[in-house]
Design a protein around this ligand. Structure first.
Ligand SMILES: Cc1ncc(COP(=O)(O)OP(=O)(O)O)c(N)n1
Ligand SMILES: Cc1ncsc1CCOP(=O)(O)O
Ligand SMILES: [Mg+2]
Length: 509
């Protein structure tokens, strides 16, 4: 299989902990192919950088040219640029690539040299050239606190100042920003990172890990973002995965005890304890970091929602009428959802009450999609809510009424966010392209489903979207335990036979 190619344009760190060496290890270990363009050969050790040794313009250009011919990347990570000429050369190269290549590369810039412009990593002050030429070509900038302050002049003295600084950076032309929290001292016990593309904000918080081994963490983080976005992960998912990768790397670096050392560029992060918490306004983690003035603790986080009493919900048809509910319950289905997007008013209420009654009659788990008030009123087994539905729903009322709660998620970020609510199940979708609902940009694939199942071992999981009988085996092999389907039953020649066939596949896992 062809791997996704990622370039790193950066300086060599002879200790191997940062720079191009850290980038290559990260990109490779996260499953992409790493190509390198060396800007400088630094001589450094624990005491500091002794020499920069920028490569000549010709040497820089020849590397870019050679790789352009047959190793075009999906993403490029830029680190150390040693002087103004290098900034100009790389900017011209990127402008041309973005305009003329068939697939425009996603460019991540870790402005590692900015804080020391004219100092230990650059020959002269390169900041004005970077602002003028390079930043407008950058899709994602990953500065730390010092770099933010140097570029924007905004001092990070409260959480809102991160937003303020990011807006300034986006005005300078970058597509998105991650402000890394490692050097932000607004709170001392947590490390809070902020990501925005100007339209959406993502906040993560991890317990601060006290360590002497953080050399190379900025290079590693930016390379991880480039590798993951190059592989097709959304910004928010690359963000949380990269943060987990850094946490794993700092914890895993203990073999260098006693000296200032590099973080570990390990394998794919699949341990939930390495993942940060997603900050939401009402979550306990938000209180712990004094996140927003209006954030208030919510009781909803104190205990979980009612249990579905199994970790494998089996086949889960999602249907739009009482007639389908009755037919499939008769066929032996034990978990089913009424997803009625047509009826309203009294007709809708009648559908819901009949669906609930059928569930009781057949001793099956009937979930109601969207209409949580009517689900409570008619004593449904549970409700299923999407991400947007959650904003308006009274989760405490659903919990107090004893209803189970299922929630749709689309990737790592949303899954970790929703895990805080301890719902009765977590649905992941769409696994494959589907005709039933517009899921553009949200196709997860079996590999991501597998990663998510490995990460979340505490809440039952459901896979949905484009799952046919032929694909059921590969989905069930992820360990998901429940397959939700619409058309694989409602458009089947023999739905009853398909129910039995799906159940057979699921029973083997
Ligand atoms: C099991 C299951 N998973 C996901 C969905 C989608 O729910 P939602 O995101 O609320 O979208 P709509 O179904 O309302 O269009 C689901 N219904 N069931
Ligand atoms: C409701 C929903 N949510 C995510 S994908 C989807 C549709 C699944 O339908 P199908 O099984 O026909 O692909
Ligand atoms: Mg919904």
């Amino acid at each position: 299989m062809l791997k996704n190619i990622v370039w790193t344009i950066a300086g060599s760190d002879c200790t191997g902990g940062a720079g191009i060496q850290a980038d290559i290890k990260t990109i490779h270990n996260l499953g992409s192919e790493a190509c390198s363009v060396i800007t400088a050969v630094t001589a450094q050790n624990i005491q500091g950088v002794h020499e920069i040794n920028a490569v000549s313009d010709d040497v820089l250009i020849s590397q870019l040219k050679a790789l352009s011919e047959d190793k075009r990347p999906s993403a490029i990570k830029i680190g150390m640029l040693a002087n103004k000429r290098q900034v100009l050369l790389v900017s011209d190269f990127l402008a041309n690539a973005k305009q003329n290549w068939q697939v425009s590369p996603y460019v991540v810039y870790d402005p590692v040299a900015i804080a020391s412009s004219g100092g230990e990593l650059t020959e002269e002050d390169i900041l004005p050239t970077i602002k003028q030429k390079l930043l407008p070509l950058i899709d994602l900038l990953t500065p730390n606190a010092n770099e933010v302050q140097r570029v924007t002049g905004v001092y990070l003295i409260g959480w809102s100042s991160l937003k303020e600084a990011a807006i300034e950076l986006i005005k300078m032309g970058v597509g998105a920003v991650v402000i890394k929290g490692g050097h932000i001292d607004i709170v001392d016990h947590a490390c809070v990172d902020y990501c925005t593309d100007g339209a959406n904000d993502y906040w993560l918080s991890s317990e601060r890990i006290e360590s002497e081994h953080s050399h190379g963490s900025g290079c590693t983080f930016a390379s991880s973002m480039a590798a993951l976005i190059g592989q097709g992960y959304l910004l928010r998912d690359a963000f949380i995965l990269s943060k987990a990768y850094i946490n794993q790397g700092i914890k895993g670096a203990s073999q260098y005890e006693g000296i200032y050392g590099p973080i570990w560029q390990g394998q794919w992060p699949n341990n939930i304890t390495d993942f940060p918490q997603v900050l939401t306004n009402d979550a306990p983690s938000a209180q712990q970091v004094d996140w927003q003035d209006d954030s208030k603790p919510s009781d909803v986080f104190e205990s979980g929602f009612a249990s579905v009493d199994t970790d494998k919900l089996g086949l889960y048809p999602v249907v739009d009428s009482v007639a389908w509910i009755e037919r499939l319950l008769k066929a032996g289905v034990k978990t089913i959802q009424l997803r009625d997007k047509i009826h309203q008013g009294q007709e809708l209420e009648n559908e819901i009450s009949q669906a609930v009654a059928l569930g009781k009659h057949y001793q099956a788990r009937v979930f109601i999609n969207d209409y949580w008030q009517l689900a409570i009123k008619h004593g449904a087994y549970g409700v299923h809510l999407g991400q947007e539905d959650l904003e308006d729903a009274d989760l405490q009322a659903i919990k107090q009424a004893g209803l189970r709660l299922g929630v749709s998620t689309h990737g790592h970020y949303e899954m970790v966010k929703i895990m805080q609510y301890k719902p009765s199940y977590l649905a992941v979708g769409a696994i494959f392209p589907t005709q039933t609902k517009d899921m553009t940009g949200q196709i997860q694939g079996v590999e991501t489903l597998s990663q998510l199942c490995q990460l979340n071992q505490s809440i039952p999981m459901v896979a949905i979207g484009g799952i046919t009988l032929e694909r059921a085996q590969s989905v069930a092999a992820t360990g998901v335990g429940c397959i939700a389907v619409v058309t694989a039953l409602t458009q089947a020649e023999n739905p009853e036979a398909n129910v039995a066939a799906f159940e057979k596949v699921l029973a083997c896992h």
